[in-house]
Design a protein around this ligand. Sequence first.
Ligand SMILES: [Zn+2]
Length: 323
Amino acid sequence: MTARRLLPRWTLPATLLVLLGVAAWINLPLPGVTGRVTRAVATLPASPPFRPGQRVLLLTPHPDDETLCCAGTILQARSAGAEVFVVWVTAGDGFEFDAALTGRTLRPRGGALRALGELRAGEARRAAQVLGVPASHLTFLGYPDGGLFRLFTVNFTSPYTSPRTGMSRVYLTGAQSPGAPFTGEALERDLRRIVQRVQPDVVLAPAPQDFHADHHTLSVIALRLMAGRGEERRLRYWVVHGGLEWPLPKGLHAALPLALPPRASRLPWQRVPLSLEDRRVKLRAINTYRSQVDVLGRFMRAFVRSNELLSPEPLPVGRPTTP
Ligand SMILES: [Zn+2]
């Protein structure tokens, strides 16, 4: 008996129908959903405008996060006369699939991943230039991509060796502390120095609900650091990995609003409306990440929307969480 006879006749058409439905859900604006999202986003309060002379510090785990979450926010801060500073905690040197493509090798080794880190740091500098952030306001720390959770737990004082790059110390060209060990202690010291130097009025950091471990770990680090200064009210939180294929639909849909991320839908979100020009510049900044766009282009362009989202709180407010 063949496998074909084991399956009922309707299996193939039904499977194709389900696949088509999933493809439509991922890629197309679905009228009912779009209307509901537009109404939900329109009711959000606007994020407070930036003021001249304010100092805005954006903490970002990987090259491209700053643009995906906050390109429009950066542009608006700058045009209001605020100064923007960006810190990349890692150079994104853990993305093996990307290193395989950029290095044209099936099994990228440490050298290919270190080269990817240098490449992505260069792309980040160009993206910041597109967004008008001066080179003197950019800081690269060069800690290991995919390793921040380990740094803040088992490797707080004993160095972590990245299984991707094979490194246990900062190697990135132009990093703030070359040769610093991959420990939570060293990373926290670096970030504390930056906060002392910049004296930020506003700090943009990942939300703890962000799915990626580097992101939610950086959220905790930022909150701990700012709370230690009695300045946790200066934090504003953003999400890039929001769960369930968010943001939908994938691809460039610049006229659509950015919906609330499912994993963090109960945060008290505020809306940052983006002008058409903001959206054009955001797309240009995304496109500077050539190494990423080749792999994740449809995900990245889905962040070019009529708004960005910031939350003044790291947790939902008003309702107790049940265990
Ligand atoms: Zn990231």
